[in-house]
Design a protein around this ligand. Structure first.
Ligand code: PMP
Length: 425
């Protein structure tokens, strides 16, 4: 039994008035995709259909810097950034050169590549305060591994998560959609975000069974306003840990590298025991990591966790180069500045058209939504009118800014958004 079988966008009526963004090649690809892929809920947010029928191009075949080309050959300025991974610019030359050099020597080979040690050392230099690192392939792997390590460390089964937080693709980490076995959810408490009183009031007998609290830096469900962790809330997380011996896991998969240059906990004032990374870490290469502190090394060592491609070397070299370029170029400051320019420009355009558009969450990866917009219908029209004019962003998911969005690109995005707002007003 599913709690909600309808999916926004995917099951909604079309909110656009005009031809779909896909040209004939994209439309033919959808027909082929529907024959071979069980689509719809599968891949949900990663499918262009989640933006609403016809709102975004379905298939992207090339990317460079801050621009992408769809299957029909049309180029767009992109504010989707692959939902986060594009941190420095698609196919950043130094990242790709490092990956290519390793690819020429070998990618998946027997036993560890030396690149794996270099990767872990580089991560620990990037994120001071952690003592060990584990490589993974995806954000979901990092969060799943963190959940296993805290349970082993504390010999407790329960976890505290927050109401609408997505942490990955297994039943415990995900938001409930399809049927999950009760046992997969029995060990989770889902509390309200930014509610220090809720954490303080958590009964002591139950709190003593909690292995860890896992939280995101921002509460950022799709299609609703995002909200950053308040200082009071962070203090309550620390109090909960002090009174119960519970561990704290920060899921920095989405916000990582865009909220603070050394990990989002530094922007939040949080002191996590474990830090989960993914998405932007490899600038588009499939790599993530779990960083931990000394007291959890023994628990981490007790977990049987392996996977054939965890040890592939190319993504490690890509991640090392990503961190090198990110720090050398102060990419965080570059992204922050570009993001603020974008926000100011788009909000000014919305104001000129008398539209109540809001940026919620951090400028570098905001949820951009109309204030009164049931079903995100106006948001879909705005995204559609922008795509027609050559700018991609998602009506429900966060926009993302990269270091490749220079002033000219941001000004172009603002001009297109301006025209799209006028057309969708
Ligand atoms: N945590 C958060 C906060 C995420 O946004 C995501 C992905 N959207 C994940 C974990 C899972 O990462 P991945 O999709 O790489 O498995």
């Amino acid at each position: 039994m599913s709690t909600d079988s309808r999916l926004p966008g995917i099951d909604g009526a079309s909110n656009i008035s005009g031809p779909p963004i896909d040209g004939p090649i994209g439309q033919a690809l959808w027909a082929r995709a529907d024959a071979v892929l069980p689509g719809r809920a599968m891949f949900m947010t990663r499918s262009a259909r989640y933006a609403g029928p016809g709102v975004q191009p379905g298939f992207i075949d090339e990317a460079q810097g801050c621009r992408v080309r769809d299957a029909d050959g049309r180029w767009y300025l992109d504010l989707n950034c692959g939902n986060g991974p594009n941190l420095l610019g698609y196919r950043h030359p130094e990242v790709e050169a490092a990956a290519r050099r390793q690819a020429e020597q070998g990618d998946l080979m027997p036993y560890f590549p030396s690149a794996m040690v270099d990767f872990c050392e580089r991560l620990l230099r990037w994120g001071p305060g952690f003592d060990w690192a584990l490589p993974v392939k995806a954000g979901s792997d990092a969060t799943a591994l963190a959940m296993r390590i805290v349970r082993a460390a504390r010999n407790r089964d329960k976890l505290v998560l927050f109401r609408q937080a997505y942490h990955g693709n297994n039943a415990e980490q995900s938001l409930r959609h399809e049927r999950h076995p009760a046992a997969a959810l029995d060990n989770l408490y889902r509390l309200d975000w930014n509610d220090p009183a809720g954490l303080d009031a958590f009964p002591a007998e139950a709190a003593d069974q909690v292995a860890a609290i896992m939280l995101n830096p921002i509460d950022q469900p799709s299609g609703v306003p995002a909200s950053e962790a308040s200082a009071d809330f962070v203090a309550a997380v620390h109090r909960f840990r002090a009174r119960t011996g519970t561990l704290v896991i920060l899921d920095d998969v989405r916000s990582g590298f865009r909220l603070h240059p050394q990990g989002s906990h530094r922007a939040m004032g949080l002191d996590p025991d474990l830090l989960c990374l993914g998405k932007a870490l490899g600038n588009g290469h499939a790599v993530g990591a779990l960083l931990g502190k000394e007291p959890l090394r023994a628990a981490a060592s007790s977990i049987l966790y392996t996977s054939t491609y965890i040890y592939s070397a190319v993504c490690f070299r890509a991640a090392i180069a990503t961190l090198d370029v990110y720090e050398r170029d102060d990419a965080f400051a570059v992204i922050q500045r570009a993001a603020e320019r974008l926000r100011a420009g788009v909000l000014a355009a919305a104001g000129r058209h008398g539209l109540d558009l809001r940026f919620t969450g951090p400028a570098t990866h905001p949820n951009v939504l109309f204030v009164e917009d049931p079903g995100c219908a106006r948001g879909e029209r705005f995204a559609y009118e922008a795509a027609r004019r050559g700018l991609l962003f998602h009506p429900r998911l966060a926009w993302f800014v990269s270091a490749a969005h220079d002033d000219a690109a941001i000004d172009e995005a603002i001009a297109i958004a301006d025209a799209a707002l006028a057309a969708s007003a």
